[in-house]
Structures are given as C-alpha cells and as structure tokens.
Design a protein around this ligand. Structure first.
Ligand code: PGA
Length: 250
C-alpha cells in the first residue's frame, strides 16, 4: 500500500507569528483526518523551529521548501540538509518549478540536493512538470520523463524508496487552472512506468502527488485516480480549513 500524502507548500507567505497560528489551526483540524492520510506542511525556513514546536505531538510532518547542494561552509544565504533535520524537518521539497524557473535550478544541482537530503535523513518531495509551451507542443510526457530520469535514475534503489514525487504542471500552478483528473492520471502513470523501468516493483511503492490549483472542490476527483497518491497544495494550504478539507477528500 502506497502512502497517501497531502502536503502544504506555503511558499514565501506568512510572518513567523502568522505561520505558527496557521500550523496550530492545521494541527487542530488534523484530528479529523484519517490516520492513513499523512499531512505535511512546508513553511519558510524562518518558521521551521517554532512550527515544529506548534505541531509537536501530532502526526503532521514538517518539510522545508529547498535545501543547499553543498554540505556546509562558505555558501552565504544557503541552508544545509542537516540544519533542516536539526530544525525538526523530515522532508524537503526539491526542484519546485519556481526554483527551476526563477533561481536557475538545474537537474545537475538537483542530483546533489536530492542526494544530500537523503544522506541526512530527509525524504525529498521531488517536483517535476511541464510548462504551457511544452504541453501545447505535445512534449509533456518527454519533459517529465527526462526530469525524472536525469535526477532519480542516479539514485540507488534504497535511496529511491525515500523519494516522494510531485507532478506539478507549471501552467496549473497558482493559475486556478487544474489539470483534469485524466490529464494528471496519464502523467502519473507515465512517471510510475519510468520509475519501474529502472527500479522495478519499487515503483508501486512510490507516492506520486499532484500539484497545481488543487482545492477542496477538485481534490476528490484527482485523488480517486489510481496513480494519484495525494496532493502538493500551494494557495489552498494557506487556509487551514481548505487544507484539511482537501485531506478529507480521500
Ligand atoms: P497552487 O501551488 O496549489 O497554488 O497552484 C501548488 C504548488 O506550487 O506546489
């Protein structure tokens, strides 16, 4: 049985005080969520320590939104994987399209980040997804296949088992345009097949999340698809009620 996960990516939103309040509201609402649906929240770096405290005693997982591609040292402004662990994280998002697009994150850098995250005990939430131009050109399967292969094919099976994949079509992120359940399912199935080509039956164990304008009104249909194992939620994760309602859509 694959793990079902609903993860909230807060992006660059909320002050520390607002973030702690949001985490507390998610913690309160989490009591209603069935035990087989794992909730994860990914606040900004500055919020991790107090948010870890706010969700203590709950089953909610804590994730960062990025980590450095270097172990430690003179890399001003970067945050290393072991620092995230010491702040209370079990996960980190890596390769989000906003990082790829605005901060020049390459597959080569992501190989380093994914490996360092895993070596330090974090599970990466590794994001892939095509942009609008690529989808319109009919290249979405190829783009996603390449993103998966370039980074995840460098891992051992033991390390691959720790990875969560998130498929996030760039044209659906923050735009209100969700991929249809059919569009999402066919890419998720493709990702699982690409993982199977290298890692065999392990592909059946890998959680693949959908992200991109996922909200309470469309979560149920998406989560009903056989290869969709949950969601990576942006905008709707900033409201505890919506985030919990999405988790309750399972
Ligand atoms: P969105 O963002 O739900 O606001 O579209 C999803 C994401 O980028 O993780």
């Amino acid at each position: 049985m694959r793990k079902k996960i609903v993860a909230g990516n807060w992006k660059m939103n909320t002050t520390v005080a607002e973030g702690v309040e949001l985490a507390k509201a998610v913690a309160a609402g989490s009591a209603k969520v069935p035990a087989d649906v794992k909730l994860i929240i990914a606040p900004p770096f500055t919020h991790l320590v107090p948010v870890a405290e706010a969700i203590k005693g709950t089953a909610i997982g804590l994730s960062a939104q990025n980590c450095a591609d270097k172990e430690k040292g003179a890399y001003t402004g970067e945050v290393a994987a072991d620092m995230l662990v010491s702040a209370g994280c079990q996960y980190t998002i890596l390769g989000h399209s906003e990082r790829r697009q605005y901060y020049g994150e390459t597959d080569a850098k992501l190989v380093e980040k994914v490996k360092l995250a895993i070596a330090n005990g974090l599970s990466p939430i590794f994001c892939v997804g095509e942009n609008l131009e690529e989808r319109e050109a009919g290249r979405h399967f190829d783009v996603v296949t390449e993103q998966v292969k370039n980074v995840l094919y460098t891992l051992s099976a033991e390390d691959m088992a720790k990875v969560i994949i998130a498929y996030e079509p760039v044209w659906a992120i923050g735009t209100g345009k969700t991929a249809t359940a059919e569009q999402a399912q066919e890419i998720h199935a493709c990702i699982r097949k690409v993982i199977a080509e290298k890692f065999g039956a392990l592909s059946e164990e890998i959680t693949i999340l959908y992200g991109g304008s996922c909200k309470p009104s469309n979560a149920k249909e998406l989560f009903a698809c056989p290869d969709i194992d949950g969601g990576l939620i942006g905008g709707a994760a900033l409201k505890a009620d919506d985030f919990i309602a999405i988790a309750l859509s399972y």
